[in-house]
Write a protein that binds this ligand. Structure first.
Ligand code: AMP
Length: 551
């Protein structure tokens, strides 16, 4: 079979060039197996072993497989077929795992939305993907996701089904828990999807005013989760604690829940990384591995400094990724948690870098690791695309077997981010050390990294411009002691007008935008600084707000 032929006529995947695709198969990166097959392998050897714990719910491998089969059959019963898109907007819960795996099994493509997303994001994602179903939790922290899901369904033609975990308030909502019930007949499986097809859509960290979706194929995602699992030493003794939103690729497959399950390990699911519950869960379930963002690590370290009693004996490996971990915090992790630190640098678009568990402190405390695949290629360039001299910081371009070549149905955005030659322009400014490890030094993309959640400056600015009193607006990152960065909005008001932070936040709230994108500070100025070519000088604004915060 030709590696690429199976994708002919499927415009959702920009195919890897034949030569690269053949190399990835020949070298064993693409095993030509659908994601669901890996779960079956793991379950076959240990059907009675507990593999998933979520509060009172615990499932053996056999029970998980049966629920996955049941959910796949019921999705089929709803008329959903391979290639159809389903938006999954769930908090961390066992249903997320069952539904994701059921989709992988049947070829239905889950679109991973964040629980924080609201009307604006969900509607845009639903329209872009022509989603047929939206799967949500009922009411979470006072927010009625069921109601919103129906509003989105009413606005998007073809979005026919809303399924809800927990209590349902509307007769036209489907019961997601029932959808995930065990299968009556596990032998009745639909044909497995083609491994070159899209397995799931991840949301890009985004620098634009609209969402960008990354089509991840079975082949590429399977390679990533298996390899990350191998590097982390995941196996049947692994107990992985999932505390970050599962819709992110990192807790899902780096190795995360999927990599742990296919290695025969156990996953323990919590709603958040709040330290008290997470540390108690480590003691209770003898957790060996977890993944955090720097903001969560800092909260854990602060918590432990105040109450060091937690039993963390079992904890072996703590991954940290999503934003830059300050070196001095890195050095505190092992003494406080008694576990090895692994720095991870990755992106929904693909490339995954990790320090290795055996690396010396000089690597683990000061770098964000090296790629997981020998065929991950890295190229450091300047703003004009010219390669920088060795050792100098540059904008990182990458290509490799699990870095797809374009965004879904976005030719212009794809052209901007994917230079010719099969490269992806990460927009991160990095330094490549002689030992092959990367140090993330900054970025050349217009976003704010708020505790690991990415916010496109353009999106915030667009909302600010909806106020008639705003003449110019520029959103930039300001230093935040807990989150690393938060959103600061500079505004030039129209003559004789004024603008308040509350007004901007109200506009965004009324538009139905995820709360994490709302600016935390507004600076009124007479004019915005500009660069030599007349663009707003965001570097100068970032320096300005840093000075104002810490004079
Ligand atoms: P996402 O696709 O949401 O995972 O975001 C990917 C982006 O997060 C990367 O391009 C980086 O800008 C940033 N990022 C991820 N990991 C790290 C890290 N360890 N250090 C610094 N930035 C990071």
């Amino acid at each position: 079979m030709s590696v690429t032929a199976s994708r002919a006529g499927r415009p959702e995947v920009v195919p890897w060039p034949d030569e690269l695709a053949e190399r990835y198969v020949a070298r064993g990166y693409w095993e030509q197996r659908p994601l669901g097959a890996y779960l079956d392998d793991a379950a076959a050897g240990r059907p009675g072993t507990i593999c998933l714990v979520d509060g009172d719910v615990s499932l053996t491998f056999a029970e998980l497989v049966s629920r996955v089969d049941g959910a796949a059959q019921r999705l089929h019963g709803l008329g959903l077929r391979a290639g159809d898109r389903v938006i999954v907007q769930l908090p961390n819960c066992w249903e997320f795992v069952v539904i994701a795996l059921a989709c992988f099994r049947s070829g239905v493509v889950p679109v991973m939305a964040l629980p924080a997303h609201r009307r604006q994001e969900l509607t845009a994602i639903a329209r872009l993907t022509e989603a047929r179903a939206l799967l949500v939790a009922g009411t979470v922290r006072g927010f009625d996701h069921e109601q919103l899901a129906h509003e989105v369904a009413a606005a998007v033609p073809g979005l026919r089904h809303v399924a809800v975990t927990g209590r349902r308030n509307r007769p036209d909502s489907l019961d997601l828990v029932a959808l995930c019930a065990p299968a009556g007949d596990t032998s009745a499986r639909a044909a497995a999807p083609d491994p070159g097809d899209v397995a799931l859509f991840l949301l890009s960290g985004g620098t634009t005013g609209r969402p960008k979706l990354i089509p991840r194929t079975h082949n590429d995602y399977a390679y990533m989760m298996r390899t990350a699992a191998r590097i982390c030493g995941a196996g049947p003794d692994t107990v992985y604690l999932a505390v970050l939103p599962l819709a992110h690729g990192y807790p899902m497959a780096g190795p995360g829940i999927l990599g742990t399950l296919v290695s025969g390990g156990r996953i323990v699911i919590l709603a958040s990384p709040a330290p008290q519950r997470a540390l108690a869960a480590i003691a209770e379930h003898r957790v060996t591995m977890t993944s955090l963002v720097p903001a969560a690590v800092i909260r854990w370290l602060d918590h432990l400094a105040g109450s060091p009693a937690a039993d963390l004996d079992s904890l072996d490996l703590v991954q940290v990724a999503g934003s830059r971990l300050p070196d001095e915090v890195a050095a505190r992790v092992t003494p406080a948690l008694g576990a090895r630190l692994q720095q991870v640098y990755g992106m929904a678009e693909g490339l995954l870098c990790m320090t290795r568990p055996g690396d010396p402190d000089a690597v683990v405390h000061h770098t964000q690791g090296r790629p997981i695949c020998p065929d991950d290629e890295l190229l450091l360039v300047d703003e004009d695309g010219t390669p920088v001299p060795i050792g100098e910081p540059g904008i990182l371009l990458t290509r490799g077997p699990y870095t797809p070549l374009g965004y879904y149905r976005e030719p212009e955005l794809t052209a901007a981010a994917y230079p010719p030659g099969g490269w992806y322009r990460t927009g991160d400014v990095v330094r490549l050390r002689a030992d092959g490890n990367l140090v993330i030094e900054g970025r050349d993309k217009d976003l704010i990294n708020r505790g690991g959640e990415k916010i496109a400056a353009e999106e915030v600015e667009n909302f600010a411009h909806q106020l008639a009193t705003v003449s110019q607006a520029a959103a930039v990152a300001m230093p935040d002691p807990e989150l690393g960065e938060a959103v600061c909005l500079y505004v030039v008001p129209r003559a004789g007008s004024t603008v308040t932070l509350a007004q901007v936040r109200d506009v965004m709230r009324e538009a139905g935008v995820a709360a994490f994108k709302l600016p935390e500070r507004l600076e009124l100025v007479d004019s915005l600084p500009v660069t030599a070519i007349g663009k707003v000088d965001k570097k100068a604004l970032r320096a300005d707000i840093a000075r104002r915060r810490h004079p």
